[in-house]
Design a protein around this ligand. Structure first.
Ligand SMILES: NC(=O)c1ccc[n+]([C@@H]2O[C@H](COP(=O)([O-])OP(=O)(O)OC[C@H]3O[C@@H](n4cnc5c(N)ncnc54)[C@H](OP(=O)(O)O)[C@@H]3O)[C@@H](O)[C@H]2O)c1
Length: 316
């Protein structure tokens, strides 16, 4: 079969012939219909994700939509594997999949589930989020952040503050539910000062940026907090601005700040899988705006190289 194949971690995958994956007990082969090129997949193919084992060659892709032997369309998430979803066929564990509602657009599902799950699972499984609470989305201009604004509202957030760098994408967020926006352009300290003015009293932060921006923002928000006894749950989800953030010890002592992460490992597979059906239904209903671009799998090498704000979805 044809697949995107990674043979070295420093070059993009190439479209080439590889052997069919062999299903183990309990697994089934699906014909892949659509597989998203998420940041997680880029780091998998670069050998830099925290779950990477350095095993090569590998077919990248951590999730996707496929047709099962009974002809049903399923969204699936894969175990850590070298037989990913960017291939004509892959093997799935049906227990880590959901049958999709009739008429759903497989490209939209493949584009949206991974970025949308990041906030959906964080709010529903990782923390004790309550309707009416206010949420700051740090990095709201990326695919996952844009969806986090919408997911927070869907799950009952009272007020959502969206913060990001790109002015055009930031300006589009009020139409998707953001009650206020904050520019993250410029230095981390300048961005943090603006956050302190607009978001000092939030209950939850969904942080896709991390790095120096988050470090400055934690200090600024804690310092400006009107009631330091009010719980503030800072959820680290992505690290587009840097893998490390230097948080001063005083920030953790001076306010009721709780710092947690949400992702593969800190949320169990069982908890993630439990949320797939409900989220797929919201996507089918059109409750979450999806920015997707379908590209033939044969063009994987050029798709990898082209920067895109839309989520690229490879279709065999
Ligand atoms: N833990 C989980 O469950 C989970 C699940 C999905 C994704 N993620 C993570 O979430 C992050 C975002 O994913 P995505 O799908 O939204 O990616 P994406 O669509 O590529 O968006 C990334 C955005 O990050 C912003 N950005 C980059 N560098 C930045 C910086 N220094 N400061 C502020 N913003 C910066 C850019 O916005 P501007 O154009 O405005 O600069 C860009 O649009 C990634 O780290 C991904 O691995 C985590």
């Amino acid at each position: 079969m044809k697949a995107a194949l990674v043979t070295t971690f420093d070059t993009p995958p190439r479209y080439q012939e590889t052997s069919d994956p062999v299903p183990a007990d309990g697994q089934v082969v699906v014909d892949v219909v659509a597989a998203g090129l998420h940041p997680r997949v880029r780091s998998q193919a670069a050998g830099s994700h925290y779950t990477s084992t350095d095993e090569l060659p590998l077919v990248p892709g951590v999730d996707g939509v496929g047709r099962d032997p009974e002809g049903r369309l399923r969204y699936f998430v894969l175990h850590d594997t070298t037989h990913g979803s960017m291939a004509e066929r892959t093997v799935i564990d049906p227990r880590r999949s959901v049958v999709l509602p009739d008429g759903i657009d497989p490209v939209a599902v493949a584009a949206a589930m991974n970025p949308a799950m990041s906030s959906w699972v964080a709010l529903r499984q990782r923390i004790a989020f309550e309707p009416g609470q206010s949420v700051l989305v740090l990095g709201a201009t990326g695919n996952a952040g844009r969806m986090a604004v919408q997911v927070a509202k869907l799950l009952g957030a009272g007020r959502v503050v969206a913060a990001g760098r790109d002015p055009e994408r930031l300006a589009a967020l009020p139409a998707l539910g953001a009650d206020a926006t904050v520019s993250l352009a410029g230095s981390p300290d300048d961005a943090a000062a603006r956050l302190a003015e607009v978001a000092a009293d939030v209950d939850v932060v969904l942080d896709y940026v991390w790095g120096p921006t988050a470090a400055a923002a934690v200090v600024a928000v804690v310092t400006a907090r009107p009631d330091r006894g009010k719980p503030l749950t800072w959820v680290e989800i992505g690290s587009m601005g840097g893998l490390e953030a230097t948080i001063p010890s005083a920030a953790l002592r001076a306010a009721r700040l709780q710092l947690v992460g949400s992702g593969q490992g800190s949320v169990s597979t069982r908890e993630i899988v439990a949320e797939l059906g409900a989220l797929a239904e919201e996507i089918a209903r059109g409750s979450i705006a999806v920015d997707a671009r379908a590209v033939p799998l044969a063009d994987v090498e050029s798709a990898w190289a082209e920067p895109s704000t839309e989520r690229v979805v490879l279709a065999p």
